[in-house]
Design a protein around this ligand. Structure first.
Ligand code: G4P
Length: 511
């Protein structure tokens, strides 16, 4: 069975145009339900807690959300599930984890800037799981860098084959349209700016230079190869302008045509196929305390297999006993708030009171454990110091909760009582302090820590024990009790790794 679901994310550097492109994609699909506006049954939008105010003040989105839209192709309806990843340069594990829930990604690049640091980071996360990527070179309505320079940069910096599918006829003021290699037609903008509809023109009189370059682009780069794309080895490249709604149709059509339907997901040695009859899925994100007065949470489940029906009983791996999912939030539910059914590839929001944790598997028969939801080594480490030392218990509870959600990581050193907070982006620290105060009534300060990064240690039990005995001052336990080497510098990591070839010092940890 081939599924009509396309579950994907957009990866990009801030300002490349992700938000603008998202809007235009949603417009293509018509009716939409935005997960950022998750509503409880029959209630108006709930009070937002402080950390959501941070989002508003700073004009950025801390949390990921889900947007679903549909488009018809010759009588077949394709359902697109777009998972939003914050494009802000401070991003959290949330972002990384969201990428574990998609089957493909669009990489948006600013034509004037090329590959930027955040694009690259997110790309590397996609590569970990061989997520196929379609590239969209945005802002061709502005003066950009030469096309070949951009193509070569993508190929070189990301070590990826690039296969241009189009060639812009001019950029900036000279922009006339985009030559589509497959049809030989030029798509020219028609209608008022910002609402362009691409009109296809056959036999367009191309300037000589464009004609030559377009030919070079077709013979000088690999041809599109579906298998290479789906393996994550090759990216087809499209050009357009999100702002002017140009090239967006071609992009979404490419997703419909080439992007993979729901992929099997690893569960230990097994691969769970989307065709499996029983419902299975995993939680990739938990959004807690949407209402500060109630400790409610929404857990986001990526459905891996089966047909979900409202009221169905699913067993979370962390709990061992089934829960009935009576009021799932399905982002596809356009005019209904409560979903009745969902398929493999869909995302379901499950309201709960803290029973569901990131990384949990849900299944009908409690016979599957998905693997491969990683923790990432923090890039910023801070000591957390209580303003009121009598609140240790509350702090521990809060830190455990928030690390469960993936807001932070927490490390409990083997020696001493100073707990260390680890994050991958500065913003997470602001969110932490604000949420500790607002939701847990715990005042805390963050101070410099002697450590620069952390690595999970794995190896033969005896070897780990020996290392532990000699390095206790630099070891900590994470929330799950696993041993972590706290390094003073990247050099320190390399040194220890060289000294201890019998151990692995891992920058990610699979749950
Ligand atoms: P992001 O989510 O990736 O951070 O980017 P966003 O869509 O917010 O776009 C960043 C800026 O780039 C915005 O301009 C947006 O209008 C502009 N932009 C996006 N796509 C295109 C495009 O195809 N062509 C051109 N010329 N500009 C584009 P801004 O000045 O920051 O905001 P605004 O005042 O225009 O809203």
């Amino acid at each position: 069975m081939t599924s009509n679901r396309r579950t994907f994310a957009i990866i990009s550097h801030p300002d490349a145009g992700k938000t603008t492109l998202t809007e235009k994609l949603l417009l293509q699909g018509g009716a939409i339900h935005l997960a950022g506006e998750v509503k409880a049954r029959g209630q108006a939008r709930r009070a937002r807690s402080d950390w959501m105010k941070i989002e508003q003040q700073r004009g950025i989105s801390v949390t990921s959300s889900v947007m679903t839209f549909e488009k018809d192709y010759d009588g077949e309806t394709i359902t697109f599930n777009l998972l939003d990843t914050p494009g802000h340069e401070d991003f959290s594990e949330d972002t990384y984890r969201t990428l574990t829930a998609v089957d493909s990604a669009i990489m948006v690049i600013d034509a004037a800037k090329g590959i930027e640091p955040q694009t690259r980071k997110l790309f590397e996360v996609c590569r970990l799981r061989s997520v196929p990527i379609i590239t969209f070179v945005n802002k061709v309505d502005r003066e950009g860098r030469p096309v070949f320079e951009l193509l070569d940069e993508i190929a070189d910096m990301l070590a990826l084959d690039v296969s241009p599918q189009m060639y812009p006829v001019g950029m900036g003021g000279e922009f006339k349209g985009i030559l589509d290699f497959a049809s030989g037609e030029v798509v020219v903008p028609e209608g008022p700016s910002k609402e362009y509809r691409g009109k296809r023109v056959a036999g367009f009189d191309l300037p000589d230079e464009v004609e030559e370059n377009a030919e070079l682009a077709q013979i000088g780069y690999p041809e599109f190869d579906l298998e290479a794309y789906r393996n994550g080895d090759l990216t087809p490249v499209y050009f357009g302008s999100a702002l002017k709604n140009f090239g967006v149709t071609e992009l979404i059509d490419a997703i419909a045509k080439y992007a993979p339907p729901p992929r099997p997901q690893p569960a230990g040695e097994e691969q769970i196929s989307p065709d499996r009859d029983e419902v299975t899925g995993f939680i990739f994100k938990v959004q807690a305390n949407m209402d500060p007065n109630h400790r409610d949470r929404i857990a986001f489940m990526r459905q891996v297999s089966g047909t979900f029906k409202r009221g169905m009983k699913l067993t979370p791996s962390g709990l061992g006993k089934p829960i009935a999912v009576h009021s799932p939030i399905l982002f596809f539910a356009q005019d209904r708030e409560i979903a009745d059914t969902a398929e493999a590839g869909d995302i379901i929001g499950i309201p709960n009171h803290g029973t569901l944790r990131v990384g949990d598997t849900l299944s009908e028969k409690n016979d599957v454990r998905f693997t491969g939801l990683p923790n990432f080594a923090p890039e910023i480490l801070r000591r957390i110091v209580l303003k009121d030392p009598t609140k240790t218990k509350q702090l521990r509870k809060a830190l455990d909760d928030l690390s469960e959600e993936g807001v932070i990581q927490v490390f409990y050193p083997e020696i001493g009582a100073q707990w260390i907070i680890g994050v991958v982006g500065q913003l997470q620290l602001d969110v932490l302090v604000s949420r500790l105060e607002a939701e847990y009534k715990v005042g805390a300060n963050l101070e410099a820590s002697p450590f620069a990064t952390a690595r999970w240690i794995k190896g033969d039990a005896a070897a780990v024990k020996k290392f532990e005995d000699f390095n206790r001052a630099n070891l900590a336990k994470d929330r799950d009790g696993d041993i972590v080497f706290m390094a003073k510098s990247p050099w320190d990591v390399n040194y220890q790794a060289e000294q201890h070839p019998e151990l692995t010092f891992s920058a990610t940890k699979e749950r």
